[in-house]
Design a protein around this ligand. Structure first.
Ligand code: UDP
Length: 192
C-alpha cells in the first residue's frame, strides 16, 4: 500500500487505484487528506520532525517527482509512476464530474481560483464548482463557513507548503468535506 521513505509514507498505488480508493472512502463518509510528496519535502523532513509529522497526517502521500521514484528504486522499492499534485487534482476533478461530487477551490491570488475553476469546467463539463476563495482572506471562521455553506465535498487548498497542510489538519473536523488536497501552485497552472 505504501512505502516509508525517510520517515514519510508514500503510496505505491497507481493513480487510478488511488482515485478509486478516495471515492470509495467518500461514499463511506471517511475523510481523506492527500499530500504530494516531492524530493524537496522529503529532504526537509529528514531534519524537521514537525514537517514529518504534518506529512504523515495525510491519508495518502503521492509520489510527486522523479527524485522520489529514483530513491524508491535505489532502495529496492516499488514506486514506479509519478503522480504530481496537478495530475491528482485533474483526476479528482474528472471523477468528481462523473460522480457529481461538488468541489471548492481555496487559495492563490485574487481571481486565480475562479479562473482555474472556469478552465477546469471547460475541460470537464459536468464538474460542479461549489465555490472559490482567494488565499489572502484572513478570517478563518469566515472561510470555514463559506466552504461549508457551499456544499462542496472535495476541497483543494493552494496556500503553499506547509501552510496548506496545516490549514487542512487544523480544520478537517470542522469542514463538512470528505476529500482534502494541498495543491501548492496548481491553481496558477490551471488558470494559465
Ligand atoms: N498563497 C496564498 N496565500 C498565502 C501565500 C501563498 O494563497 O498567504 C498561494 C500563492 O499565491 C500560490 C500558492 O499559494 O498560488 C503557493 O504556490 P507554491 O508553488 O509556492 O507552493 P509550494 O511549492 O510552496 O507548495
Amino acid at each position: 500500500m505504501y512505502e516509508r521513505m525517510f520517515g514519510v509514507d508514500v503510496t505505491t498505488e497507481s493513480s487510478d487505484d488511488t482515485i478509486r480508493r478516495i471515492f470509495s472512502r467518500h461514499q463511506n463518509d471517511e475523510k481523506s487528506f492527500i499530500v504530494a510528496i516531492n524530493p524537496e519535502k522529503l529532504m526537509k523532513s529528514r531534519k524537521d520532525p514537525e514537517l514529518r509529522e504534518i506529512l504523515n497526517k495525510a491519508t495518502i502521500g503521492i509520489p510527486d517527482g522523479i527524485g522520489v521514484l529514483l530513491a524508491s528504486r535505489l532502495r529496492g522499492g516499488n514506486i514506479r509512476a509519478r503522480i504530481t499534485g496537478v495530475d491528482m487534482m485533474e483526476l479528482l476533478c474528472k471523477e468528481a464530474g462523473i460522480q457529481s461530487v461538488p468541489v471548492f477551490l481555496y487559495g492563490a491570488k485574487p481571481g486565480v481560483a475562479a479562473k482555474a475553476a472556469h478552465n477546469l469546467q471547460a475541460q470537464f463539463p459536468n464538474l460542479q464548482v461549489a465555490g472559490t476563495l482567494d488565499g489572502y482572506v484572513k478570517d478563518e471562521e469566515e472561510i470555514i463557513t463559506t466552504i461549508n455553506n457551499s456544499g462542496a465535498k472535495i476541497l483543494f487548498v493552494a496556500l503553499g507548503s506547509p501552510t496548506q497542510e496545516n490549514f487542512i489538519i487544523r480544520n478537517m473536523d470542522k469542514l463538512n468535506v470528505s476529500v482534502f488536497q494541498g495543491v501548492g501552485g496548481s491553481f496558477d497552472v490551471f488558470s494559465g
